[in-house]
Design a protein around this ligand. Sequence first.
Ligand code: ITT
Length: 209
Amino acid sequence: MLDRSAAGKNYHLENDLVIATHNTGKLREIQELIGGRVVHIQSAGELGLDDPEETGTTFHENAALKALAAAQATGKPALADDSGLAVAALDGAPGIYSARWAEKEDGTRDFGFGMEKIWDKIQNQDNKRAQFISVLALAFPDGQIFYTEGTVEGEIVWPPRGENGFGYDPIFQADGQTRTFGEMTAEEKHALSHRAKALRAFVKTWCSG
Ligand code: ITT
């Protein structure tokens, strides 16, 4: 358990937190999982903050750079999520490049295209194992950064199933489940997901007591 007394003492996360994301699917999940524990949540999108270039080589580095950019731009604590789908038969790809794998030539994201790209590369392989990973970084304007993380194990299925969730949810089936994340309600996904695990650890440390 980290000691939040030093970093957090001048800030009250219960009152104010910037969610450093431009991804509306992530934002919705983060808001649902934090619930009423933080009174005033604003997203980087709402605040018109820049979407920093993700130049890191790890989930931790990219989460940190997004959180720090938002904390320094606003003077408030900021929480960022860097996440992705790691496919075993692809040596962990797309991993930190999960969003970029879905980019078309004109720069727009199309996850139908991204999902097909994954399936094309693994359809003839026996190993369909995959995991979703989420690393959350909480940054303070003075530069301090704290992390939590979560993973969920499962496999890639084809064809994509379900209209719920976002991103690669329609091709990810968590272990022990018969439905993809795309076929689950938000509550069902939260009971299993990488982001929910990381957020529960965040809430326990920063939003209670
Ligand atoms: P921000 O950086 O603004 O937060 P982003 O979409 O660029 O948004 P990432 O760089 O972390 O975020 O990319 C992660 C990608 O991985 C994301 O766009 C999804 O396609 C995918 N992903 C992450 N979590 C997912 C989930 O719970 N369900 C489906 N796909 C997910």
